[in-house]
Design a protein around this ligand. Sequence first.
Ligand code: G6P
Length: 604
Amino acid sequence: MCGIVGYIGVKPVKQILIDGLRELEYRGYDSAGIAVLQNNTFSLFKAVGKLVNLEEKAKNFETEGFSIGIGHTRWATHGKPTELNAHPHLGENSYVVHNGIIENYQELKASLMAQGVQFLSQTDTEVIVHLFEHHLKTASDAFDAFKKTLVQLEGAYAILLINSNESGTIFFAKHGSPMIIGRNEAGEILFGSSDAALIGKCHEVIYLEDGHYGYGSAKGISLFDQNHQPVALRFSPLAENKLSAQKEGYRFFMEKEIYEQSRVLADTLMGRLRDESVYFEEIDPELFQGINEIKLCACGTSYHAAMVASYLFERHAKIKTSVEIASEFRYREPFLTQDTLFVVISQSGETADTLESLKMAKKFGLKTMVICNVDNSSMVRLADASILTRAGIEKGVASTKAFATQVCVLWMLSLSLAGERHTLEASEIQNQIHLLRTLPSTVTVDSALHEQLRRLSKRYLHGHGFFFIGRDVFFPLALEGALKLKEISYLHAEGYPSGEMKHGPIALADPKLFTIALLPQHKLYDKTKSNIEELSARDSTICSISPLDFDKADDHIRTKPSEHYMCEFFEMMVVLQLLSMEIAIRLGNDVDMPRNLAKSVTVE
Ligand code: G6P
């Protein structure tokens, strides 16, 4: 979602804010802005669109000596992506940046307007700065006004606020959206909605908890909890390496991340495979004691990984497994039993619906676990146990390597559970461990295959829609293939279980309906083949993906022969990712920052 940065110190503030925003830009990029306060004077720059537009506007602006500043890159929730709606938002002499949603902003706005306050934007955020200034009239000082403001806000927020009478202070608050404060030996203080914005600039950071608020200045940081009690500052070291991904010659981060899958899968496997068992050092086997059911919960691509796991957990570990979309789970009054392990899956560890579902499960007293790519994220800090997927920073909004590593971890977990529960023959576990070791080579991109997909993509730019079909774990892979395509090409695509097509969707079949058919050799080959033939008979245009020849298809992508359907799964995953990317590139789209999307959805 949106990104926030803040800075207190003597270095040129503009560059620090823009560098930080650049690290966060992939999360939201419909507009950006910075506000700098030096010697009681504000300088403000805002621009619609990507960060380069803001850089251009602020190109002649420089500061010397001490100053403070706040910056924001936006993914619109309330109000269109215009300059007026871009953050920072101004009151009379204060500016605010905010991530999250203020749920009661309409009533607050109405009451302020009744008192003569004028609003410029359509955002929920603007209410914060006006409310602050309203309280400033009667409060003992600015911090008191800030506290009074927070008490009235409902919803989720991470906030930075500056006021011209307090020229060296940034007020901050966190409730439901992430906020991190860092400091370094030079005495500078930085704020960020993710540590990615602070890496290389700070050596230690505090990950704020919900309800935390306070202020920072050249003198240091004052932090309070939701009961208004002072909180001791507990810093954690921050990685010094600037891990920030560079494109390294690839056209898009997405392409680089697809090619990186081989290396990151090797990292995911590292130290976790023994000859006869899978071992997660970070998991205490006690976690699974007394557990008779696993409930997996996630959003988006992570939800598709969860669906794959539901097949593998039941098949390998003979444990009842259910899958939940987090935004549904939260409000459907689920019936939960204490013998359930609640597992959330999230690339970012910050997705609002998944995080809230995790909180619900904890509140209900369930044991919890997270499978996540970001250490120190909110979910990792909250869950009883966590397994890190080790995909590295994923910048492309359309998830690729994060999905690959999630499925890899879940496959390993299914084998680890099978070992504990004695539900698979030892020889079968060994065989699958051997297959897991081959994954890095399975997903290595073959340049001839990539070229074939690039050429093929030109035939799939029109039509009235795509169906991605598959059975078993290839059904969630079909869903993921369809999601990839629609995310970056803006073409209509649906994933379907192959056997379900005849129950309605086949009515759409005609030459302009493109079917991308996943036809693995080692899982329900004949059944899937018949389903594809049914579509072929109705003249749908078919692109089949299989290691075996298939003469009823218009186009055929031949995958390598392999021993097991999970290896076929990973190879087909790469094919789907590349095909979507090549279609989107031909359509002229920005593959890394597709319209309307955000990398980390921290609002519900
Ligand atoms: C957003 C992203 C998706 C992602 C989903 C869940 O919609 O665009 O790529 O799958 O959020 O994110 P998470 O970080 O929880 O895996």
